[in-house]
Design a protein around this ligand. Structure first.
Ligand code: LCS
Length: 393
């Protein structure tokens, strides 16, 4: 069946899936490190590329491959590359695209370790980086240097929920011969398709929305074109941050309900955002679905829904925010996001703790910022949970 012609929900359930010799209804777990060859010649042909048989799980595996094809189809890309974690995807992209003397321009509000890896480990290998507010296109233009090879954007950004205009950045990338990379974790391909908006690579921490059940970590890189796909795949296979077949199996199960999970969670998020916006103890709130979000119109244009991530500050600053986090009982006080369960956390001291104070302030990661990932629990229970916690502040 040509799943490319199917609708999004049908693709979630069928794209990339194959029938094994027993015609099993779901993709089986091929929990093997290696695959046997029919003959010495067959083995040599597999290595030379004459034959597309499986060789070794770091290089390729049917269960992992099914997930890679599934996500690549959801993103309208050429191919997917599964990784052990979202950070495995980030560092594979850095390794594949940047060498000594190259320069990257990146969103200043990115997942903390993506910036820390660049400014510590990759800087040590001679890669230069500039972190700017990519929501302001002029800042992106001004940061480009003759040696800029990659523009890297996270939208909506973690944890500021700033939105970057992907079409506008794609134009800058093309004019300057740069590869344009988008971290699509906060949206998933259900809400945003960066490759359709001009990106060369869209990648994910699968740990979040795509798996959706807080029981694995994983990453996926999707490339728009074959040449880039081969370059990134070769880096992954050589360096070794590959996915595991069992992990792939769980994500294949999780992704099937991506759209219905997000539909419900973002309905909750919208109502919770409105509740918080009108609460007298809330100092400020950022949610793309609210008219008060500075890029609300852009979010409407490039996303097909506003997502489930909300950032806000409680009047009384960081101390008041801590009080709120200590007093929620239904929302779990934990990092991560995008699962069926509601999570709450404090980025400045948790996910972004290792980003320098100065860089945090510049990026808008203030001490009072509380990040909320709405889950699919009953709305009334979630609102009561917040009400109870805010009463304690
Ligand atoms: N990209 C984004 C936007 C993320 O939020 C994360 C993890 C990663 C990449 C890395 O993925 P991982 O290796 O964890 O699968 N974000 C986390 C967060 O905000 N809380 O805990 C992890």
């Amino acid at each position: 069946m040509d799943t490319k012609k199917l609708g999004f929900n049908s693709k979630l359930i069928h794209a990339g899936h194959f029938k094994d010799e027993f015609l099993s209804a779901t993709v089986p777990i091929y929990q093997t490190s290696t695959f046997s060859f029919k003959s010495a010649k067959h083995g040599a042909d597999c290595f030379s590329g004459e034959d597309d048989g499986y060789i070794y799980t770091r290089i390729g595996n049917p269960t992992i491959n099914a997930l890679e094809q599934n996500i690549a189809e959801l993103e309208n890309g050429f191919g997917g590359i599964g990784t052990a974690s979202g950070m495995g995807a980030v560092t594979t992209i850095y390794i594949a695209l940047l060498k000594q003397g190259d320069h990257i321009v990146s969103s200043d509000a990115v997942y903390g370790p993506a910036r820390v890896a660049m400014e510590t480990i990759f800087a040590g290998y001679g890669v230069e980086s500039t972190y700017v507010n990519t929501s302001n296109i002029e800042e992106v233009k001004a940061a480009i240097r003759p040696n800029t090879k990659v523009i890297y954007v996270e939208t909506p950004a973690n944890p500021t929920i700033g939105i970057t205009d992907l079409k506008a950045v794609s134009k800058i990338a093309k004019e300057n011969d740069c590869i344009f990379v988008v971290d699509n974790t906060f949206c998933s391909p259900y809400l945003q398709k960066p490759l359709d908006l001009g990106a060369d690579i869209s990648f994910h921490s699968l740990t979040k929305f795509i798996n959706g059940h807080a029981d694995i970590v994983g990453g996926m890189i999707v490339c728009k074109e074959e040449k880039l796909y081969k370059q990134v795949r070769s880096a992954m296979v050589t360096m070794g941050p590959n996915m595991d077949p069992h992990q792939a199996f769980l994500v294949i199960r999780g992704v099937k309900t991506l759209a219905i999970r997000i539909d419900r969670a973002q309905e909750n998020a919208m109502k919770i955002a409105k509740y918080l916006e009108n609460h007298p103890k809330i100092a400020w709130i950022k949610y793309p679905g609210l008219k008060s979000h500075p890029q609300h119109e852009l979010a409407k244009e490039q996303m097909s829904g506003f997502g489930t991530m909300i950032s806000f500050g409680v009047k009384g600053g960081a101390e008041a925010g801590s009080k709120l986090m200590d007093n929620v009982h239904l929302a779990t006080l934990a990092v991560s996001l995008g699962g069926v369960e509601t999570l709450i956390q404090h980025p400045a001291s948790m996910t972004h703790a290792k980003v320098s104070k100065e860089n945090k302030i510049k990026a808008g990661i203030t001490d009072d910022l509380v990040r909320y990932s709405a889950g699919i629990e009953d709305l009334e229970d979630l609102i009561n949970d917040l009400k109870h916690a805010l009463d304690k502040v």
